[in-house]
Ligand binder design. Structure first.
Ligand SMILES: [Mg+2]
Length: 272
């Protein structure tokens, strides 16, 4: 009898997807392997629901997902016949909206604009988002479809501290991702979302879960902290983010190649 079942949480940019070309190709066989084993792969990203929907199709992943740095948790309609009492139905998902509504963040930006030269995705057209991210125009439009958070750039990074103080008064904080800073509700992060998803799985499976998480950036730390097996993927230049956690595994390569190698080794170690 199984005493534990595995679930895997993964960041996308710079982790499951390469930083530069957003390719997951080198992880493809391993993704196929975990899907076959019935191990849920839960994407946990700063990307929007609309972006994740496309990526799930592309990589052949059917599990629940976490959008906008923990802003929203989405379980597909009748996923595993799970009962999630605290969920609301949004766009056919059982959803836990943990973040603050996007219009509240936009109105904060409007108020701050004269004091701080901030530029958020809401101030850029799809073409500019495409230029800054390397995404196609189509995908850039999906990146602009935000529900809980706002990525932004700021001309003088030395202003970040005072901007952060002003944001805190509005229940908003700042986190740093791979390419952008993000305004995000102070009550949510990837870790809180991961912890709720773990609870939902163990409640519905009625068995403890062994959680694995993979990430590459500071905004992944709360997620890695929640995992039984945290895996850190190096940046494109081979440098690892300065993170120390008990039992932290360092993937041997950046991006999808490192993701694949680390998960493949782990599955073998766990006897799969
Ligand atoms: Mg990342």
């Amino acid at each position: 009898m199984k005493t534990r079942r595995i679930i895997i949480f993964s960041d996308l940019d710079g982790t499951l997807l390469n930083h530069r070309d957003y390719s997951h190709a080198e992880a493809s066989p391993t993704i196929g392997r975990i899907e076959k084993l019935g191990i849920p792969l839960i994407l946990c990203t700063s990307k929007t629901r609309r972006e994740v929907e496309v990526i799930r199709e592309e990589i052949g992943c059917t599990g629940p997902f976490i959008s906008e740095n923990g802003g929203g948790v989405f379980f597909p309609g009748n996923y595993g016949n799970f009962a999630i009492e605290e969920a609301v139905i949004i766009h056919g998902y059982q959803c836990l909206p943990l973040g603050i509504p996007y219009p509240r963040i936009r109105s904060f930006i409007e108020h701050m604009r004269t004091a701080f030269p901030i530029k958020g995705f809401g101030d850029m057209d799809a073409r500019e988002v495409a230029q800054r991210t390397g995404l196609s125009l189509e995908k850039a439009a999906l990146a602009k479809a935000r529900e809980f958070t706002e990525p932004f750039v700021i001309e003088q990074e030395e202003n970040l501290d005072s901007l952060e103080q002003a944001a805190m008064l509005e229940g908003i904080r700042i986190t740093r991702g791979g390419r952008f800073f993000h305004f995000i509700g102070s009550g949510h992060d990837k870790g809180k979302a991961v912890s709720l998803v773990k609870d939902i799985f163990s409640r519905n499976w009625q068995i403890p879960v062994l959680s694995v998480a993979l990430g590459d950036s500071p905004n992944d730390v709360p997620m890695l902290e929640q995992a039984d097996i945290p895996i850190l993927v190096p940046h494109e230049n081979g440098r690892y983010e300065d993170i120390s956690l008990p039992g932290l595994i360092r993937a041997p390569y950046p991006g999808s190649k490192g993701w694949s190698a680390a998960i493949s080794d782990l599955l073998t170690t766990l006897g799969f």
